[in-house]
Design a protein around this ligand. Structure first.
Ligand code: PMP
Length: 384
């Protein structure tokens, strides 16, 4: 295999990436490659990565349990911080039980491949996250992709396929577009056809709902409507991990059959303790969620004034450029002006749909939000 030739092809397609080096905690600003810049692309929506209470919880866990879990959850790696975190997450997300996995990615792959097999149909939104797509692949199920956020197309496909068993699965907030799934309609279809509904709350937890509990709170739904909710602990919750929330039996089944859960070492106890403290912090501080919403509304207004289509539904703003090279240059121009919003390209989004994916944080000031919008105008050469 000619590695160099394949790499050259990636470069020729303007798809080559080298990561920037972050040299401080994620806040409204970050030190990056030795320079302080405004951070407008983090998934740390509530900016909690440096909260003293949360850091102290992680340090206490290191003192008590050391570093590294030393085994998988089902052998020697199941520690009190993991179990405490699961109990708190079930309370926070309003489910009977919760199962902690090592990342959102492995949670999605694990739950889908454990619950579905070759005899199943999985109905999956066209813009679902890669981890959902990979879960469908590992399940070896018949995967039917329905048009993005289109319940009518979903229903037509269910009627056509006549599934005997399976799953409907959707992101709650679409990570690259920032729109919100039409969950009440999906829940009605789930009930009508007896297909459980699974929702990925990665970008909804800490963001949607009056107290940041996510998409179910936002829509006034319960776990009667949505059988499975997956959420990450790596975005508004400032740690790592993924969690599956739902019935006790479902969680127990996944715990005992999901290969991505069984065959991996448990999360480090400090990571679980940090996630626990992060969730507890969000539960005690709903005003942070409100602040995020106010900031989101201000940026949406700023972009609208510039003539860019912008919704204030979520703090994710896709600024579509299209051409990969143009998007890359716009990202570089923003960085020169001290605003970090890198371009997102294929394979994360479709070819020719390259974009700047801007995310707002609760800690951004009004001046930050206004400056970012002004810089975007310049980077895109608006009005010329
Ligand atoms: N689901 C969605 C919608 C995501 O955006 C992501 C992360 N980008 C994941 C799942 C995976 O989560 P994690 O980063 O915790 O593996």
């Amino acid at each position: 295999m000619d590695f160099a030739a394949r790499l050259a092809a990636v470069k020729a397609a303007h798809l080559y990436r080298t990561p920037y080096l972050m040299e401080s905690a994620q806040g409204r600003e970050v030190v990056m490659d030795g320079r302080r810049v405004l951070l407008f692309c983090s998934n740390s929506y509530l900016g909690l990565n440096n909260r003293p209470e949360i850091l102290r919880a992680a340090i206490r866990a290191v003192d008590a349990y050391g570093v590294g879990a030393g085994g998988s959850r089902l052998v020697s790696g199941n520690m009190r911080p993991h179990v405490r975190l699961e109990n708190l997450l079930a309370r926070f997300k309003g489910s009977e039980a919760a199962l902690l996995c090592n990342s959102g990615y492995t949670a999605n792959v694990g739950v889908i491949s454990a619950l579905c097999g070759a005899e199943s149909h999985i109905f999956s939104d066209a813009l679902n996250h890669a981890s959902i797509i990979d879960g469908c692949r590992l399940a070896r199920a018949r995967t039917v992709v329905y048009a993005h956020n289109d319940p009518a197309d979903l229903e037509a496909k269910i009627v056509r396929e006549r599934p005997r068993q399976g799953l409907i699965v959707t992101d709650a907030v679409f990570s690259m577009d920032g729109d919100v799934a039409r969950l009440p309609e999906l829940a009605r279809i789930s009930r009508r056809y007896g297909l459980p509904l699974m929702v990925d709350d990665a970008h909804a937890t800490g963001v949607l709902g009056a107290t940041g509990r996510g998409s179910l709170e936002h829509f006034g739904l319960s776990h009667q409507d949505v059988a499975i909710v997956m959420t990450t602990l790596s975005k508004a919750v400032p740690s790592e991990g993924g969690v599956i929330c739902g019935s006790r039996d479902m969680c127990d089944l996944v715990r005992n059959t999901a290969r991505p859960f069984i065959f991996t070492t448990a999360l480090s106890p400090a990571t679980a303790a940090a996630a626990h403290a992060g969730v507890a912090y969000i539960m005690a501080h709903p005003e942070l969620v409100r602040r995020l919403r106010e900031n989101t509304a201000r940026l949406a207004r700023n972009l609208t004034v510039l003539g860019l289509p912008a919704s204030d539904a979520t703090p994710i703003f896709p600024i579509i450029v299209g051409d990969e090279e143009k998007a890359r240059r716009a990202g570089e121009e923003l960085l020169r002006r001290g605003v970090f919003i890198p371009c997102i390209r294929y394979p994360t989004v479709a070819r020719g749909a390259a974009r700047l994916r801007l995310t707002v944080m609760a800690g951004h000031t009004d001046a930050d939000l206004d400056y970012a919008a002004a810089c975007i105008a310049k980077a895109l050469r608006l009005g010329r």
